[in-house]
Design a protein around this ligand. Structure first.
Ligand SMILES: *[C@@H]1O[C@H](CO)[C@@H](O)[C@H](O)[C@H]1NC(C)=O
Ligand SMILES: *[C@@H]1O[C@H](CO)[C@@H](O)[C@H](O)[C@H]1NC(C)=O
Ligand SMILES: *[C@@H]1O[C@H](CO)[C@@H](O)[C@H](O)[C@H]1NC(C)=O
Ligand SMILES: *[C@@H]1O[C@H](CO)[C@@H](O)[C@H](O)[C@H]1NC(C)=O
Ligand SMILES: *[C@@H]1O[C@H](CO)[C@@H](O)[C@H](O)[C@H]1NC(C)=O
Ligand SMILES: *[C@@H]1O[C@H](CO)[C@@H](O)[C@H](O)[C@H]1NC(C)=O
Ligand SMILES: *[C@@H]1O[C@H](CO)[C@@H](O)[C@H](O)[C@H]1NC(C)=O
Ligand SMILES: *[C@@H]1O[C@H](CO)[C@@H](O)[C@H](O)[C@H]1NC(C)=O
Ligand SMILES: *[C@@H]1O[C@H](CO)[C@@H](O)[C@H](O)[C@H]1NC(C)=O
Length: 883
């Protein structure tokens, strides 16, 4: 007789009296879910009729689905856990999330009782998945009103996802879910999981067994054939292995009635003829044998011997397992026990389990990624119906907004590489779980309502190359860790994100504890008013200075621009960068300077050149290339340009603290800078200038040094702007009255008017004027005064011997008088009308360093002022005399 698979898909009827309820059995680790049971309704409850197991509502293990129940008149046919059900009208994949022990074998049983709960008279057909892998197709169509699936499976992570996947128009549903952790040393396969085909004990008086008879809650069905005879015992069979079947399943056995015949068990699996099988045959001798009796037999599968000869042990169970999976020809399988020649008794079998092997070829997404994405989902309360089950696999069910790397190698689990949660209404802060997505390359959180700071940890995710945080309400500063090459960060549209650099807030405080009130409007006009001729002055370099200041400084902006393959921008990029020229920083001689940002956080100053200010592209490009190669900490970097038709623009590094002029004058939100800071700024500016003079190749003359061209970065470090503009950027023509051609009024080398030639010493002159401004805070030109030029005014004051009158009253008396005196001397010598008497910038630097040393070690104060000898020649050769 052959049996077909269908025979066993019977309705699970409670037709049995289970007598061992009182037996205390451990339910440790059991998960027993009554699907569709309302949470508030007696959950969990004790299923007393058959098992004594506690069943709970499934509501906390799944986020979707509706609940229903089978008709009341059908309830008698089923245990209570099967009366209610959950069905899934929405979503393609709906999943239960269950916590299990990774690496341990688990018995997983899902039951589906349709019973026409929906009145459609036709049950659904859908797929059942374990994580990313197809476990079974559940088919309740036709007259089938209930079915179940059972599998022995070793989860590869602590999170087990059981998913119902809609495959047609019908609605998936489920009645109960049961998970039982198994013993360590049983049901071990070379690969794959074990789907139950038969689990039988051989007895004529039928009652099926499960928990508590079976400690693992396996179900054992009674089975008997008419060719067999039952033997039984009332004594207990010892179980020394991990299979642990119910004792009662072993208390009976079947032997062939015709003792000469083999014991035969056959089945046909036409649904899946190529299936492979594992068989677990449990034997125990339960008869009292005579001294001259022997029971010995061989075990054959499809006619081939695979174990034996076996002599079952007296009242002790032996389990025979095939060590590798077996297949059957055309799905026709037979399992036989044939007695050996020396056996006096026929073969016997107490219980048998037959499983088919299911391969689970898809690796689950890396568990840490799954945990992280789930906590992100929880943190933002994302109720996306498709965000269930494995995030990456199967690929056609990948979560919306994710992208994953999926290897064909099963030992390489899928990883999440991209997360797009833009415009999803996220609130709260940026979830810390994001840092656990360690293979994330792209993160888009734009257009949400995220608040709080930009977390530093984003910089720790090494694979990240693109982060878009624009259009949120983030505040604070952008951590240094995120300002690195190879990372594209967008933060525009976060009005409270105030600073591009982490260091600004902190170090500003540190360096300017008292004297500086950092203005809330930190942006100043970059005044670009002079068109400079590009002069090449080759001069023998001073070896003393060479080693000192030639290290180029690069900023974060530079670093990022350096990664851009071309620094040439299109006009539309310039428009975008400046947000359609929205914010004016200043108005120079050649056009406006606008604030802009690249990639959202790299702020830039965009100088739009007037359309007539150009020669051909080649010349323009040559100049720009040259300027872009000039890098020094104390020079504002040119980072890009635009040359498109009539549109010309130069893109500079942006300095948030404006220019020195505004800070000295207190205008435009500038603040008062103390004396030692002024000296430092002077030194830094001098270093920048020196670099132009002797550090650059070819050397450059700035030609428009003035306080408005000395900009301050977030740390109040000075950087000189607008150097090196050449003929390529002519704006106003060569007309005499144009102040932009050759320096600004008051700063211009008086020798220039005679020689018509600007050289390095012209910059030194201008620098001297700057220094005088820094010392005195007087206007460079004051038409209302008798001494209209600042040098004249200072000369006059010095003649009167009144150095305290010279000093900027805003400084109070908070400076060392020696250092002030030296600085004044230096300024006047720089501003000497005769270029040959002016010091070089290298000497200026040395002298400024001396001043700083004086100030820092300052023994003397202005109160203990000693007379100083001055060796400075003004045009009127003034010798200042101390009071
Ligand atoms: C369920 O009820 C049975 C019988 O009343 C009892 O033996 C068993 O211990 C109960 N189970 C639990 C988990 O309380
Ligand atoms: C099964 O294995 C786990 C760890 O893998 C161990 O903690 C446990 O003690 C083992 N149980 C038995 C019965 O060997
Ligand atoms: C064992 O089998 C005998 C007959 O072979 C039967 O009378 C007896 O009731 C059986 N005992 C059990 C426990 O099944
Ligand atoms: C075994 O011994 C018993 C008596 O002890 C006897 O009745 C029986 O025939 C013997 N069986 C065989 C196969 O020799
Ligand atoms: C996902 O990654 C693949 C491969 O890198 C790419 O082709 C695809 O465009 C990406 N999809 C999205 C939505 O980013
Ligand atoms: C799969 O990956 C593992 C570990 O990463 C490696 O050892 C193995 O060689 C790979 N197999 C194939 C077929 O690439
Ligand atoms: C991130 O991973 C670490 C360990 O790898 C874990 O301790 C931490 O809880 C995880 N954080 C989140 C938010 O998932
Ligand atoms: C960032 O997101 C905004 C809004 O979704 C979008 O306009 C912008 O192009 C994105 N930036 C990048 C660099 O992808
Ligand atoms: C950012 O905003 C949060 C409230 O949203 C506030 O607690 C925090 O202090 C702010 N941080 C900064 C640096 O302004």
């Amino acid at each position: 007789m052959k049996r077909s698979l269908g025979l066993f898909l019977f309705v699970l009827i409670v037709n049995l009296a289970i007598s061992h309820l009182a037996q205390a059995q451990s339910q440790a680790g059991f998960i027993s879910l009554d699907c569709g049971l309302p949470v508030n309704e007696e959950s969990p409850y004790n299923e007393t009729e058959a098992t004594g197991l506690l069943y709970s509502s499934d509501a906390t293990f799944i986020q979707s689905g509706n609940t229903d129940s089978i008709p009341a008149n059908q309830e008698d046919s089923y245990l209570k856990p099967l009366w209610t059900l959950r069905y899934f009208p929405e979503g393609k994949r709906n999943c239960y999330d269950l916590n299990v022990e990774k690496g341990r074998n688990h018995l997983i049983t899902a039951r589906f009782v349709y019973e026409n709960y929906d009145g459609d008279d036709d049950g659904p057909k859908f797929d059942l998945y374990l994580g990313p892998n197809l476990w079974a197709t559940v088919d309740l169509r036709g007259n089938k009103y209930s079915t179940w699936e059972e599998i022995l499976h070793i989860p590869t992570s602590n999170l087990l996802q059981i998913c119902l996947v809609k495959t047609g128009r019908t609605t998936p549903m489920i009645s109960s879910l049961e998970i039982r952790p198994m013993g360590n040393d049983s049901y071990i396969t070379t690969s794959g999981s074990l789907k139950l085909l038969y689990r039988e004990c051989f007895t004529e008086s039928g009652s099926y067994m499960r928990f508590p008879d079976d400690v693992y809650d396996r179900r054992w069905w009674p089975y008997f054939r008419k060719q067999w005879t039952q033997i039984n015992t009332t004594r207990e069979v010892a179980i020394l292995n991990d299979y642990d079947p119910p004792k009662d399943a072993l208390a009976t056995a079947a032997i062939p009635t015709d003792a000469t015949e083999p014991w035969t068990y056959e089945w046909s699996n036409s649904d899946n003829p190529s299936a492979s099988y594992y068989l677990y045959a449990h034997f125990a001798e339960i008869q009292d044998l005579q001294a001259n009796d022997t029971r010995q037999f061989n075990i054959l599968f499809n006619g081939q011997q695979y174990d034996g000869p076996l002599i079952p042990k007296k009242l002790e169970m032996t389990t025979i397992v095939n060590s590798s999976p077996r297949t059957c020809d055309g799905g026709e399988c037979s399992f036989q026990l044939t007695r050996t020649d020396r056996s006096t008794l026929p073969p016997l079998l107490n219980a048998l389990e037959v499983y088919t092997v299911i391969q689970f070829p898809h690796s689950e997404t890396e568990e840490s990624d799954v945990i992280a994405i789930k906590s992100i989902k929880d943190a933002y309360k994302l109720n996306r119906i498709d965000w269930q089950g494995d995030p990456c696999v199967p690929q056609y069910l990948m979560w919306d907004g994710l992208n994953c790397s999926i290897s064909t190698n099963i030992s390489t689990p899928p990883r999440i590489t991209s997360l797009d949660l833009s415009s999803t209404g996220l609130t709260g802060t940026i979830s810390t779980a994001i840092q656990n997505l360690t293979k994330l390359e792209k993160l888009d959180l734009s257009n949400n309502k995220l608040s709080g700071g930009v977390p530093e940890f984003l910089g720790n995710v090494e694979s990240l190359t693109v982060i878009n945080l624009s259009g949120n309400n983030l505040n604070g500063s952008i951590p240094q860790a995120l300002q690195k090459g190879g990372l594209e960060l967008s933060v525009e549209g976060n009005p409270r994100l105030y600073c591009a650099s982490d260091s600004c807030a902190k170090s500003t405080k540190k360096k300017f504890p008292l004297a500086i009130v950092v203005a809330s409007v930190a942006v100043a006009a970059i005044v670009i008013s002079v068109l400079l001729l590009f002069l090449v002055i080759r001069k023998k370099k001073s070896t003393v200075v060479e080693g000192l200041h030639l290290l180029p400084g690069t900023s974060a902006v530079n670093a990022t621009f350096a990664n851009k393959s071309s620094r040439r921008f299109t006009y539309s990029e310039v428009v975008k960068m400046t947000n359609n020229f929205q914010r004016v920083l200043g108005n120079g001689g050649f056009g406006m300077v606008y604030h802009g940002s690249v990639n959202g956080y790299e702020q830039v100053a965009v100088k739009v050149l007037s359309q007539s200010s150009t020669q051909g592209y080649k010349e323009f490009k040559a100049e720009v290339d040259l300027l872009m190669r000039v890098h020094h900490t104390n020079l504002v970097s040119l980072v890009g340009y635009c040359y498109e038709g009539d549109h010309l623009a130069l893109i500079y590094e942006f300095l948030p603290n404006g220019d020195l002029k505004q800070h000295l004058s207190g205008k435009g939100g500038g603040s008062i800078i103390n004396w030692s800071t002024r000296l430092r700024i002077a030194l830094e500016a001098a270093q920048g200038l020196e670099y132009l003079h002797i550090g650059c190749k070819p050397p450059m003359v700035h030609r428009d040094i003035k306080t408005a061209n000395i900009l301050l970065d977030e740390n109040f470090e000075a950087k000189i702007a607008d150097f090196g503009l050449s003929r390529s950027f002519q704006g106003g023509g060569d007309s005499e009255e144009s102040t932009v051609i050759a320096g600004s009024r008051g700063y211009l080398d008086p020798e220039y008017t005679h020689s018509g030639r600007l050289a390095e010493k012209s910059d030194v002159y201008s620098f001297g004027i700057v220094l005088l401004e820094m010392i005195t805070n007087q206007p460079v030109i004051n038409q209302t005064s008798e001494y209209s030029h600042i040098t004249q005014w200072v000369g006059f004051q010095i003649k009167r011997g009144d150095i305290l009158e010279v000093m900027d009253p805003n400084l109070g008396k908070d400076y060392d008088i020696n250092s002030a005196w030296r600085a004044l001397e230096l300024a006047m010598s720089c501003a000497n009308p005769s270029s040959s008497k002016r010091p070089s910038m290298s000497l200026v630097i040395n002298e400024l360093k001396e001043c700083i040393l004086c100030e820092n070690t300052g023994i003397s104060t202005n109160r203990g002022l000693e007379s100083q000898e001055m060796n400075v020649s003004l045009d009127t050769t003034v010798v200042p005399i101390a009071r």
